[in-house]
Design a protein around this ligand. Sequence first.
Ligand code: T4K
Length: 368
Amino acid sequence: MEKILVTRSSMPSFEEYVDEIKELWDSHWLTNMGAKHKELEARLQDYLGVAGVSLFTNGHMALELAIQAMNLSGEVITTPFTFASTTHAIVRNGLTPVFCDIDPEDYTIDVKQLESLITDRTSAIIPVHVYGNVCNVEEIERIAKKYGLKVIYDAAHTFGVRYKGRGIGSYGDASMFSFHATKVYNSIEGGAITFHDQEFGLDLYRLKNFGIRGEEVIDSIGANAKMNEFQAAMGLCNLRHVDEEIEKRKKVFEKYMELLSGVDGIQLLKPQKDVQPNYAYFPVVFHEKEFGSSRNEVCEALKAQQIFARKYFYPLTNTFDCFNGMYDVNETPTALHISKRVLTLPMYADLKEEDVERICGIILEQKR
Ligand code: T4K
């Protein structure tokens, strides 16, 4: 039986990629903001509908350096229902994450609780557009303005998403996109920060290149987080096909919806108003009492048939071993509840209709 994994990288044809990288053999320019890098930044600025784009070697380093470039201090409010990256980027900047609970339906930061977590040490909010679901950007903006806080969105999952006709990366002070192989759009590994303030863009440019301002002037403590030309070439190729890929994902998404909607004990994503989605993930929350089987039982039943769904995002970041019990998970009860019950099903553009039917068949067999 052929294995079905939670996702499968989108790729251009071999010929298209080879054609794209041919020039690199002529130029011998392989990295350090070369021609492909420049072209991709310009194309993404246009595609994402943002004022500025800075490319990085991966999404995580993009987030870490965006936080550094903001000169934040003290506490940063975020959610624990996310990939390790979000919390680690805060902690690795010497900042203290303060965990806000999530909304029980779209799993993004619960804006009703946000204000109560603000102290005189708070400097920023880092909300996550988890699974491609858009946070309540208006309310976040209102609160941030009121308290003078910066907002950096973890938009790793929201490539191509638009809200009220605007690219999602145009909200907040900055947004981080991941172009990892597992994402809707990939540059093998890769990431970007989108921003409005061109000065901030220059800071990012320097921070991803060791803090070098000029050959003899190094005036900030940077890292090396540059996207190389082979990554940028993959990004250029995949950008030509991303709309088509999202259309194909939509079909997979709709098939899952058709087969799993209305089943007692199964909670699915709801379409969000004014959002043009990208169908990044297909999370299902299993309520054991009503469904009759637990998330773990469903996961095991799928595994027995060579189908590898994933528990994104379990465990919560505020329970990670590396934090040695520093955070109280009971402060985010909804996040805890959802993380114990969620399973993200295989989701990618080329997932066959009959495979979706098979996956749903196995899930529904677990209904007691
Ligand atoms: N913020 C959020 C909210 C994020 O979700 C992420 C990344 C980040 C920040 C950081 O962005 P990056 O620094 O990664 O750009 C995967 C990804 O590695 C990670 O990018 C992603 N989130 C996370 C949700 O998922 P793992 O540990 O689950 O990956 P792995 O190796 O188990 O792969 C999962 C499946 O993907 C495989 O079963 C098959 C498929 N796959 C994987 C690879 C590596 C492919 O089809 N092709 C591939 O090349 O973390």
